[in-house]
Design a protein around this ligand. Structure first.
Ligand code: ZN
Length: 158
């Protein structure tokens, strides 16, 4: 079956940055609902559209087409006393940007009584290379289309 709107694509993938560092390699295949549901990057959907099981490709994406450029206004310094105890580097929390948008922040540094938070995606500002291999393509169920995501072993669990 060819990949098109409302198909569920199961793939194996690997993400490498411009320095050749492996950022992510899924041990298990992952499934997503294809067709503009924002389950994966638009450039990945574009490359897979019309392809079949067994298709393999390596996509080199500029930061703007992957996780965006870094936004330094999303780096914030907050006093440690405003955090619950046990705050540590690598921890994540939900907060708001200066514009009031909800955003996930990662603690990148703790310096004395100051905590430095970064609201950028960890891969923002990086040119990335995605190696993809399509393992399976099937028609989505009506329920999956309603939910806007794939179900099943490698999809969304409820
Ligand atoms: Zn669902």
């Amino acid at each position: 079956m060819k990949i098109g709107k409302d198909t569920v694509v199961t793939m194996q993938y690997k993400v490498v940055n411009a320095q050749g560092q492996l950022l992510d390699k899924a041990q298990e295949p992952t499934s997503y609902l294809h067709g503009g549901y924002e389950n994966t990057l638009p450039k990945i959907e574009e490359a897979l559209e019309g392809q079949d099981e067994g298709f393999e490709t390596t996509l080199k994406l500029a930061a703007a087409d992957a996780f965006g450029e870094r936004d330094e206004t999303l780096v914030q310094t907050i006093s440690k006393k405003d955090f619950p105890p046990g705050v540590k580097v690598g921890g994540q929390l939900r907060g708001r940007t200066k514009e009031g948008q909800e955003q996930v922040f990662t603690v990148i540094k703790i310096k004395g009584d100051q905590v430095i938070l970064d609201g950028n995606h960890p891969w923002a500002g990086q040119n990335l290379s995605f190696s993809l291999k399509v393992l399976e393509v099937r028609a989505a169920s009506a329920e999956e289309v309603t939910h806007g995501h794939a179900h099943g072993a490698h999809g969304h669990h409820h």
